[in-house]
Write a new protein. Structure first.
Lengths: 310, 417
């Protein structure tokens, strides 16, 4: 952070990271997506990561519009394809911090396959899923996270399918960091995102948010404030809880907190380790600059085999 | 019964009368209201003996339809744009297997740049996929074509896409005559599959075929589409007899008898074209219209006959093949081999750009004076294009074209999406 921007108030610093020329944004009054954006941007500031090396990738949906409003390099991928696009970015330039911000439909329905495999590989990505239990952009249809018995435009008399429990899914697939908050938990979201930005490997943060216009209205759950009140009285901070215990029922309890934080070698570590074994110590992932090489050598002295790209 | 309703709801109500047994869909604008309407009817019992499943993607939608159809169920889905592309592998699979699935395509453009508005790029991307493709001019026809489509698809054992313009038709309210269940039952017999998974008589659907028979299997698909060239007009005639109105058929002509110039188009833009032609006729111009209802199979002979007397053809198409030009116009040219008149390809209405009477009038006047280029882009902003080319000439890292153009035009972000 340079001296000049340090003089700005926190709001101004956040404002500087948004593409204000694109405002007003498309989100409805009371929608929770905006809160996630604010927390994310705040976390970027606090983490001190190099913003010039940050890329935000979104898919399609109301949540998918985040990529267009943040003032970082960003890609608005096709529906469901945010994670593979992010994977490509990370592999082509491992120095980038790659963050995926997208919706429950985008990441878990049409793109669910990619989520499973990126987590399995422990790919170095931060994935933030804005879970509003519906396809907001297309008019409020049922998604794989819609709680049982909730109504949606395609389940007019209630959903009868089993929903996915996202932290459990991420856990089963091998994600190394998993947290869940609601859009009420602004400080916690910021803290988790900040942590995730500085972690390596696949970090997953689910944020439960209100879709006021469709999900809340159709289920007669009131407005945005009612949603926040529901979050307040029904969420329970349960750090480290078994992710099998994190299922959400319609207007039921919401387990929030940091559920998993288990550093383990990432995909790039694995590539490096495998190739170093084959090629020897000369192997360098994508080639390195001098300072990077030196830093790596220092590290290598400590851990001869697992050394890899930071 | 005449009902004032949204195009999507007219289609949903009519599809329900066709007694589909499995409906599978993933939402995408502007298709959503059709499947929401159907899900409502399944849930409230209006549509019985039907399973409605909310699948996780279009790829799943078409794959579920394939499975359901192979098990002998009348299967229906609907999609648009990106959704059609995402299901592409299964789209080819359905036709290759010869499964009579009916799908509504609420025509929408294809990204990037992402755009939710109407044109025919989606349908054209699958024009060679082995499906029959019927284009509706208005909501009545959109509804009626579905009844004919189920009948024809099942007769031929081939899948059919009913194309209706996204928003322009799907979201427009007009009076639509929704037939009775008895009328539809009288026209559309129960589905008698040509191939079905039945444990009493096991078959294998989807056998691998090598060079020894691949050409023949593909040829048979073509031969069936050629049969459809005879069946489509017959089914339309039968439809007229039973329902009392004209819908479907291969082509539709308007004021073509003594025309020297003919305008060819597909879908709802035919309405605006006819209005423009009425004005030009009043001013003494000999100009007429030919609408293509069946784009696949392509009615080569019918078009050739209908335009044999004209002097020039103007094809107004809401799509184009980058690197070549028109798509519809190339097919029309094959129909004109015996009458080598000038054919003008006009690309119009891409990504929802309005096709106005004023622009069409100007266009047709230039065509009649033979002043048109072989390929024209209606209302193209040449200056904006040139400014972008200039930016690209000046700097290597000129950036994303879509964003540049929006900035250039002062619309930083697209307003709706
Ligand atoms: C292949 C494809 N299918 C369907 C769509 C239509 N579509 C756009 S956004 C969306 C759902 C978005 O839901 P979600 O990711 O939960 O985001 P939200 O709008 O709820 O924030 C769908 C189905 C599309 N763009 N592409
Ligand atoms: S439709 Fe729902 S998710 Fe989309 S902006 Fe509105 S409130 Fe938010
Ligand atoms: Mg959602």
């Amino acid at each position: 952070m340079n001296a000049q921007s340090a003089e700005f108030s926190s709001e101004d610093r956040i404002g500087a990271m948004l593409r204000t020329e694109r405002m007003p944004h498309i989100w409805c009054p009371g929608c929770g997506i905006g809160s996630v954006v604010t927390c994310f941007v705040d976390a970027v500031l606090r983490s001190g990561i190099d913003q010039d090396k940050l890329v935000v990738v979104s898919g399609i949906g109301c949540s998918g519009r985040v990529a267009g409003y943040v003032n970082f390099d960003s890609i608005h991928a096709t529906h469901g394809r945010a994670i593979p696009v992010a994977t490509g970015l990370k592999l082509a330039n491992p120095e980038l911090t790659v963050v995926v911000i997208s919706g429950d439909g985008d990441l878990m329905s049409i793109g669910g396959n990619h989520f499973v495999h990126a987590a399995r590989r422990n790919m170095d990505l931060v994935v933030i899923c804005i879970n509003n239990f519906t396809y907001g952009m297309t008019g409020g249809q049922v998604t794989p996270t819609t709680p049982g018995s909730a109504t949606a435009s395609t389940t007019p008399y209630g959903n009868y399918e089993y929903p996915l429990t996202l932290p459990f899914l991420a856990d089963a697939c091998g994600a190394s960091y998993i947290a869940r908050w609601t859009s009420l938990h602004a400080r916690n979201i910021t803290q988790s995102v900040e942590e995730a930005l500085t972690r390596r490997g696949f970090s997953f943060i689910e944020v439960i948010t209100p879709c006021t216009t469709l999900y809340l209205r159709r289920n007669r759950l009131g407005d945005g404030v009612d949603a926040l009140q529901y979050y307040q009285s029904n969420s329970e901070i349960l750090h480290g809880i078994d992710t099998r215990e994190t299922a959400i029922e319609l207007q039921g309890k919401i387990a929030v907190g940091k559920f998993v934080d288990r550093p383990k070698p990432t995909y790039l570590d694995a590539v490096t380790r495998c190739n170093a074994k084959l090629i020897g110590d000369d192997y360098q992932l994508y080639g390195k600059t001098e300072p990077e090489k030196k830093a790596e050598e220092a590290k290598k002295a400590e851990h001869p085999v697992t050394s890899g790209h930071p | 019964m005449l009902k004032q309703c949204e195009g999507s709801h007219a289609v949903a109500a009519t599809v329900a009368l066709c007694r589909p047994e499995v409906i599978c869909a993933y939402p995408i604008s502007p298709q959503t209201h059709i499947v929401e309407g159907l899900s409502e009817m399944v849930r409230d019992g209006t549509l019985q003996h039907c399973e409605f499943i909310n699948v996780e993607s279009e790829f799943a939608a078409m794959s579920v339809a394939i499975g359901a159809s192979a098990a002998g169920a009348r299967s229906y889905t609907a999609t648009a744009s990106q959704g059609l592309l995402f299901m592409a592998e299964a789209v080819w699979n359905a036709s290759g297997l010869g499964l009579p699935i009916v799908m509504t395509l609420a025509n929408r453009s294809i990204g990037a740049p992402i755009n939710i508005w109407n044109d025919h790029t989606d349908a054209m991307s699958m024009r060679d996929a082995g499906w029959l493709q019927l284009f509706a001019e208005n909501n009545q026809e959109a509804a009626d074509l579905h009844i004919q489509a189920f009948r024809l698809a099942e007769e031929l054992s081939l899948p059919i896409m009913v194309c209706m313009d996204g928003f322009i038709l799907t979201h427009a309210y007009e009076g639509v005559d929704i037939p009775t269940q008895e009328q539809v039952d009288a026209y559309l017999p129960p589905y008698e599959p040509r191939q079905v998974l039945d444990p009493r008589e096991p078959v294998s659907i989807g056998a691998m075929v090598g060079p020894e028979a691949f050409t023949e299997v593909r040829y048979l698909a073509h031969a069936k589409q050629m049969q459809a060239l005879d069946r489509i007009p017959q089914l339309a005639a039968e439809f007229r007899q039973q329902f009392g109105r004209d819908s479907g058929g291969l082509i539709r002509t308007y004021r073509l008898e003594d025309a020297q110039t003919v305008v060819v188009a597909l879908g709802s833009v035919l309405g605006t074209i006819k209005d423009t032609i009425d004005d030009l006729r009043e001013a003494g111009h000999k100009i007429g219209v030919l609408g293509i209802t069946s784009f696949r199979p392509f009615p080569t002979a019918a078009i050739g006959d209908a335009v044999s007397h004209v002097e020039r053809v103007v094809v107004v198409e809401k799509c184009f093949a980058v690197g070549v030009g028109g798509i519809v116009s190339r097919d029309v040219r094959t129909a004109m081999r015996e009458h080598p008149h000038p054919i003008y390809a006009v690309v119009a209405g891409l990504g929802g750009r309005a096709i106005t009477k004023a622009s069409l009038r100007q266009l047709f006047l230039s065509a009649m004076a033979d002043e048109l280029e072989a390929l024209t882009f209606l209302d193209l902003d040449h200056q904006a294009v040139n400014r972008e080319l200039e930016r690209e000439r000046l700097t290597r890292r000129s950036g994303p074209i879509a964003e540049n153009l929006l900035r250039d035009l002062g619309v930083v972000a697209a307003r709706v999406g």
